[in-house]
Design a protein around this ligand. Structure first.
Ligand SMILES: NC(=O)c1ccc[n+]([C@@H]2O[C@H](COP(=O)([O-])OP(=O)(O)OC[C@H]3O[C@@H](n4cnc5c(N)ncnc54)[C@H](O)[C@@H]3O)[C@@H](O)[C@H]2O)c1
Length: 341
């Protein structure tokens, strides 16, 4: 496509994340929104009306059109295989994280992209967050020496677990961010894991899900890491993003603390810590990491440049999560399976 043309992108999934992507694309100078796909007619029509585009009932309908250049796929974790027919047609896809809900499904998606040479980027949004990106760059530049050990984790409020209602593991909906951060920041792969889950809260609320999962990771070159994720925080926490990451090296430390984005508001609900970086509204438009992510995807497709995260890196995060859930079930240390195709 000529560089002055906008990339026409359809969004698959009209839920929480799909609507954020749709808005971000509709507000973009380099992309345009070419439709919203959702088999649930009410949700699809409502979102399409909101962003002044048309509703399509299925991916097959969308693939029959000539006015769609690329797709954002934002359906539930266990349905990411809807990206396969799109990739088989060679269309570029920005696929929400996690790449899939298990390694077999992720490998099928990667194989479809490879077979047709389609561009595929998994939307690990923290790859566009200035705090994490600077942490990775400073470690690469040698500022902390060689990484020795690291930890990364995030908790959110229990309302998210209730909304998900057992449709995704907390390891895949949330924890996959930290699996990627641990391996990306340290530059080392996780080789084995030992994991335990807490599960009393969600069970008491009638939800078939872990509350939180804690893992000890053996990593390459003798490194040790820990991971944790959970949707166990009380509903009245001032923020839904309670996350920290730390890498300790032979010469120093990198510490990322994103529990507070620098803005504190005291109101009728007590202190609130609003999102200042992921997708804040700034002067009437969505800004932050999400806008950077869409901008990068469009520019990399248009200019045929590599994405900042490779398919292999997304696959290896899924492989670690598979081993974590296996260890929770077996009660033993588990080896991370080979994620390579
Ligand atoms: N990057 C982030 O920070 C972040 C945050 C939240 C969610 N996510 C990811 O985004 C994805 C979507 O999560 P969500 O919370 O928006 O889910 P959601 O349940 O709110 O929305 C999913 C939508 O997909 C639709 N859908 C189901 N099958 C479909 C199909 N075959 N074709 C088209 N649409 C279909 C559903 O009807 C629903 O409207 C998940 O993979 C999740 O992990 C990412």
């Amino acid at each position: 496509m000529a560089s002055f043309e906008k990339l026409r992108i359809a969004v698959v999934g009209a839920g929480f994340m799909g609507r954020l992507h749709a808005r971000s694309i509709a507000e973009s100078e380099i992309a345009s929104l070419a439709g919203i796909v959702d088999p649930v007619e009410a949700a699809g029509r409502e979102a399409a009306a909101l962003f002044d585009t048309h509703h399509l009932a299925s991916v097959e309908d969308a693939l029959g059109r000539s006015d769609i250049d690329a797709f954002v796929v934002a359906v539930a974790d266990r349905q990411h295989q809807v990206a396969i027919p799109i990739l088989e047609q060679g269309k570029p896809v920005l696929l929400e994280k996690p790449m899939a809900h298990d390694l077999d499904a992720a490998k099928r998606i990667a194989a479809a992209a490879r077979a047709s040479d389609a561009r595929l980027m998994v939307a690990h949004i923290l790859r566009f967050d200035p705090r994490y990106v600077q942490a990775a760059e400073r470690i690469r530049a040698g500022e902390i020496g060689d990484p020795i050990h690291a930890s990364s984790g995030r908790l959110t409020v229990r309302d998210v677990g209730l909304r998900m209602n057992g449709t995704s593991s907390v390891c895949f909906y949330m924890g996959v961010h930290d699996v990627d951060i641990l391996q990306w920041l340290s530059g080392k792969n996780v080789t084995t894991v030992f994991a335990r889950a807490a599960g009393t809260l969600m069970a008491s609320l009638g939800v078939d899900s872990e509350d939180a999962v804690f893992s000890i990771c053996e990593m390459e070159d003798g490194m040790v890491g820990t991971l944790h994720c959970g949707w166990s925080l009380p509903s009245d926490m001032p923020t839904g993003i309670w996350a920290r990451s730390e890498v300790v090296g032979t010469k120093g430390v990198v510490d990322v603390d994103v529990r507070d984005h620098g803005l504190r508001v005291m109101g009728p609900r007590g202190w609130r810590l609003p999102d200042g970086l992921h997708w804040p509204e700034v002067n009437g438009r969505l800004a932050g990491d999400l806008r950077e992510e869409i901008g990068h995807f469009v520019a990399a497709v248009r200019d045929d440049r590599p994405f900042v995260i490779s398919v292999e890196e997304a696959l290896r995060a899924v492989a670690v999560n598979d081993a974590i859930l296996k260890s929770v079930r077996s009660g033993r240390r588990e080896t991370v399976a080979d994620w390579r195709l």
